[in-house]
Design a protein around this ligand. Sequence first.
Ligand code: ADP
Ligand code: ASP
Ligand code: MG
Length: 409
Amino acid sequence: MALIVQKYGGTSVGSIERIRNVAERVAKFKMLGHQVVVVVSAMSGETNRLIALAKEIHKEPDPRELDVLVSTGEQVTIALLAMALKDLGLKARSFTGWQVPLRTDDVHTKARIEHIDDQAMRAALDSGHVVVVAGFQGVDAAGNITTLGRGGSDTTGVALAAALKADECQIYTDVDGVYTTDPRIVPEARRLPTITFEEMLELASLGSKVLQIRSVEFAGKYKVKLRVLSSFEDEGEGTLITFEDESMEQPIISGIAFNRDEAKLTVLGVPDKPGIAATILGAVADANIDVDMIVQNVGANNTTDFTFTVHRGEFKKAMEVLNRVKTEIGAREVSGDDKIAKVSLVGVGMRTHAGVASKMFRTLAAENINMQMISTSEIKISVVVEDKYMELAVRALHQAFDLDKAPAA
Ligand code: ADP
Ligand code: ASP
Ligand code: MG
């Protein structure tokens, strides 16, 4: 007998028929003698619908009340799934975040999980129930409802698996695993039977929305056996996230991630002296804005140009901050661009292979795509390009690195 946590995303519970399908899959695992905890998202489109309603009231809705509102999506699906399970003759009990309780910090709309009390869930499991938990939501120390950020049900699933020391955490979604890149953009993308934890962490942080990054962090920290699978197919191994070291031969590139979530800001003609970067980024940090890529170029007449990227939602705020510090640091000009995209190659094999960057740059040049910024780490290379070229860049790189072809055995 194993303890399995299964998480079903929005599309997988998007209609009554699909909720019944989920119930049937859960029933199969139950019949095999396993204990099952199911985490569900809101029905597809529901979280967006609720956020849009809030925005009709106010452009920037009160975060506490926004969490009260958006958490209702998952409350609907736990109840419906528990009903569907009972309809199949199984014992089932639904749990909202606070009923678990799943304790978080008090940062509304992007709370972090602090503690999960497994007692109530264990008692329900031991009495033969399927435990159905609302994803994405928790409760802070003062009893306020919190949510974990978009895509947060993945994190609920993995965190519950860690807390319950489950044998496996299965993430059921609308694709049958993790692909070399988003199959919606590149139809030739290939499912990866396994991917290393490090690579999955990079892909998630660089924009592959198949798993929320915090869920991957949790899996790494607590060594949760994590698998991504299709909720629409009965067969298939999906993709297993592996933790073994790189003693085996690894492909050089495993996947390509991309995102359009960032904007670029440049401070031009800054006097080139110590402390300038600290002053600029200090002011940005004081406004609670996270910075991603940073590039500094030496310009003419002892000045430099300083460029960095922020989340697109914070672009306006960051521009305001820069226009304020401009005079303080004696810069000539501040400019910004939110029509950018970041494209990243990820692969642990890069550690041992030279020439990946030059091949990436040649491929983009051959398509006449200009690179505005570049950043690298041991296992990734990211470039910023004009956003209208993003899909072209991803397709060209996918082909150039033979990602559509199965690696040689
Ligand atoms: P869910 O609602 O089940 O959480 P998501 O929409 O959050 O599903 O995540 C699944 C989607 O992630 C897929 O439909 C796919 O378009 C997208 N995706 C992006 N990158 C990848 C990738 N490398 N492999 C698989 N899917 C990806
Ligand atoms: N319903 C939430 C969202 O749409 C959480 C999730 O689906 O994982 O972001
Ligand atoms: Mg998701």
